[in-house]
Design a protein around this ligand. Structure first.
Ligand code: TYD
Length: 218
């Protein structure tokens, strides 16, 4: 008997305002339209604990104004463990695909790259929080910092906006690009500075061989 099919785990990453949340939604809709059962989720969030962590670390000034970087990393990691155990792994085991906006690479880029937590420590924490689950593919939706920030300012306030300057976001972007370079098998870099349709199409071409097999790829 063949082993049951495990779904594909695809994450979208990128600096603030890169458009990954929209891109993730469009990717999930496209997979479903091709008869692929797909769970759409994102971090921080995806579970009641994740939503509470999101609220605390992003939107509550009395918490976020003086948050120790390790406490910050542990909160994101706690939310990630809950999300992995209760949502992501059960979905993959059922054979569903999972499309997730932000996952462990966000902690590598923000808490590791931009807040300077030592790389070995942040990686070890991610292994623990994810039950050693790595995405099958990670799409880095890359945009120049000024493009991302201009888009982001149209949305609701979060702590990163007025506490962090452009240099912070340059560091995040550079950290992502460095991650993509060190793991070319897992990462695909897509230019997110053009139209939504253009970004969606580039993401679909990257994902198609993974989900439908090389033979079907155009
Ligand atoms: P969100 O509003 O979801 O941003 P976006 O729409 O760009 O995804 O806010 C997520 C913020 O949380 C973002 O600024 C990055 C930060 N973050 C971390 O610092 N570490 C993490 O592990 C995660 C998941 C997010």
């Amino acid at each position: 008997m063949n082993a049951p099919r495990r779904g594909r785990f695809i994450t979208l990453e990128g600096p603030d305002g890169s458009g990954k949340t929209t891109a993730a939604r469009h990717l999930a809709e496209w997979l479903r339209s091709r008869a692929e059962p797909t769970v759409l989720t994102g971090e921080p969030g995806g579970t009641p604990l994740g939503e509470e962590v999101r609220r605390l670390v992003l939107h509550e000034r009395h918490v976020s104004d003086d948050l120790d970087p390790r406490a910050d990393a542990l909160l994101f990691a706690a939310a990630r463990a809950q999300h992995t155990a209760r949502v992501i792994l059960p979905a993959l085991e059922r054979g569903d695909n999972v499309v997730c906006a932000r996952y462990l690479d966000s902690s590598l880029a923000y808490q590791g790259g931009a807040y300077g937590i030592e790389a070995g420590a942040i990686r070890q924490l991610q292994r623990f929080a994810t039950y050693d689950t790595l995405p099958d593919m990670t799409i880095l939706v890359d945009v120049p910092v000024e493009v991302g920030l201009a888009r982001k300012r149209r949305g609701p306030w979060n702590r990163f906006e007025d506490t962090e300057g452009d240099r912070f976001f340059e560091t995040v972007r550079a950290a992502y690009l460095a991650l993509a370079e060190t793991e070319p098998e897992r990462y695909r870099v897509v230019d997110g500075s053009g139209t939504v349709e253009g970004t969606d199409a580039a993401i679909r071409s990257a994902v198609e061989p993974l989900v439908f097999g090389a033979a079907e790829a155009r």
